[in-house]
Design a protein around this ligand. Structure first.
Ligand code: DCP
Ligand code: CA
Ligand code: CA
Length: 356
C-alpha cells in the first residue's frame, strides 16, 4: 500500500514574521508589498488566521484589507528570510521521507510507504514530524495523509490550521463528494466556473459524470478531472534533488496570443533556466517548450541540439523558434513553459570563470 503525506505550512509568511515580531503573534496581520511604493503588487501575500476571521485573504488589495480592519498589522515581505525558514523546514521533512518532493516554498510531498506500514503508523510518524517542526523551528503546519498525492493534499486542506488528517482509500469518495468543485486540487477559478456552468457543482457531481462527456468538453484534461474527482492519482513523489532537467513555467494574467508578450516571457524564463544551468554546472542537449492553450489542451515541443551545449543564449533562440513553428494560429495561451533536459555535468572552464 502506498502512503503519501503532504506537509503545508500554515499562513507561512506571516507565521515566519511572528517568530521575529512577538508583538503581532495571534493578532490580525498581513504580509504584502507596500502599496505606496513603486513596483509593489499592492496585495496581501498572506494573512494570519486572526485576520482571515475578518475576511482578509491572499491576493486582496492591501487597501481593501485596511478598509476592513483599521488596526491591521502590516509587515513588508522578505523572501530571503522565508526561503531560509523554508530550507530549515524542508531539511527536517526530508528526514521523515523515503522520497521527498518540494512543490512550493511552504509545501512538500513525501512518500512514507516504507517508513510506515499502515495508516496508524503513518499518523504516529507525522505527529512526530509536526512536533519537531514546532519545537525546533517554531512554526505551525498541517499534514494530510492518504494513498496518493491528490488525496494527501485534499486531506491537508481539511486539517488546516495546525492539524493532521488521515483519509483512508475507502473513505476518499465520501470525503470529496460534498466539496465544491473549486476545492479539487488542480482546479483553478476559471475551470471551476466552467464546471459550474456545465452543472457540476460538487466534486461528487464530477465523479459521477460520464467521462466521455467530460473529454468532449475539456479535452484530455477531462479525463484527469474525472480521475481527480474520484480520488485517483497514480503520479509518483518525484525526488527533486535529482536534477535531470531545469524548467520554468509562466501563467499569463489573461490568456494571450500576443507574440511580443509571449516571446518576452520565453526570453525571461530562458534566462532564469540558463542561470540555474550555470550554477549547477551542467550542459544541456534538449530544449522543450510547453504550450497550454485556453481550452486546456497542452502541447510539448522539443528540439535536440547536435552537441551538449553550455550556450545559455541558445535556449531562448531555440525556444522562440519552437514557439513560432508550433503555436497554433488564432489560439490563445494560458501558460507557457521552457525546459532544458538531457543534462550532463560540465567540467570545462569552470575554474576560469570562477576566478574571473
Ligand atoms: N503566497 C503569495 N501569493 C498568493 C498566495 C500565497 O505570495 N496569492 C505566498 C504567501 C504564503 C505562501 O505563498 O504564505 C504559501 O501559500 P499558501 O497557499 O500555502 O498559503 P498560506 O501558507 O499563507 O496559508 P495556509 O495556512 O492556508 O496554507
Ligand atoms: Ca501554506
Ligand atoms: Ca502552500
Amino acid at each position: 500500500m502506498r502512503l503519501i503525506a503532504l506537509i503545508d505550512m500554515d499562513y507561512f509568511f506571516v507565521a515566519c514574521e511572528e517568530l521575529r515580531h512577538r508583538e503581532i503573534r495571534g493578532k490580525p496581520a498581513v504580509v504584502g508589498s507596500d502599496p505606496k511604493r513603486e513596483g509593489g503588487r499592492g496585495v496581501v501575500m498572506t494573512a494570519s488566521y486572526a485576520a482571515r476571521k475578518f475576511g482578509i485573504r491572499s491576493g486582496m488589495p492591501i487597501s481593501m484589507a485596511y478598509r476592513i480592519k483599521k488596526d491591521l498589522a502590516y509587515v513588508p515581505q522578505d523572501f530571503e528570510y522565508y526561503e531560509e525558514m523554508s530550507a530549515k523546514v524542508m531539511a527536517l521533512v526530508k528526514t521523515y521521507a523515503d522520497k521527498f518532493e518540494q512543490v512550493s516554498i511552504d509545501e512538500a510531498f513525501i512518500d512514507i510507504s516504507k517508513m510506515a506500514s499502515g495508516y496508524d503508523e503513518a499518523l504516529e510518524l507525522m505527529k512526530g514530524l509536526k512536533k519537531e517542526i514546532r519545537e525546533k523551528i517554531g512554526l505551525p503546519c498541517s499534514i494530510g495523509i492518504s494513498v496518493n498525492k491528490l488525496m494527501a493534499k485534499m486531506a491537508s486542506e481539511g486539517a488546516k490550521p495546525d492539524g493532521i488528517k488521515v483519509v483512508k482509500e475507502e473513505d476518499a469518495a465520501v470525503f470529496l463528494a460534498k466539496k465544491p468543485v473549486g476545492e479539487l486540487y488542480g482546479v483553478g477559478r476559471k475551470t471551476s466556473r466552467m464546471l459550474e456552468e456545465f452543472g457540476y457543482r460538487t466534486i461528487g457531481d464530477l465523479a459521477k459524470a460520464n467521462p466521455v462527456v467530460l473529454v468532449e468538453r475539456f479535452k484530455s484534461y477531462g479525463a484527469e478531472l474525472h480521475n481527480s474527482a474520484n480520488g485517483i492519482d497514480d503520479s509518483d513523489v518525484q525526488e527533486n534533488w535529482e536534477v535531470k532537467s531545469i524548467s520554468r513555467e509562466r501563467t499569463f494574467g489573461r490568456d494571450t496570443s500576443d507574440r511580443h508578450e509571449i516571446v518576452k516571457a520565453i526570453g525571461d524564463m530562458s534566462k532564469e533556466v540558463g542561470e540555474d544551468l550555470k550554477k549547477q554546472g551542467f550542459a544541456y542537449k534538449v530544449v522543450t517548450i510547453k504550450l497550454r492553450y485556453s481550452d486546456f489542451e497542452e502541447n510539448l515541443r522539443s528540439r535536440s541540439l547536435t552537441h551538449r551545449s553550455v550556450d545559455t543564449d541558445e535556449i531562448a533562440q531555440v525556444a522562440t523558434q519552437l514557439f513560432d513553428k508550433y503555436m497554433e494560429k488564432g489560439e490563445e495561451l494560458r501558460k507557457i513553459g521552457v525546459r532544458i533536459s538531457n543534462l550532463a555535468k560540465y567540467k570545462g572552464q569552470k575554474r576560469m570563470t570562477e576566478y574571473a
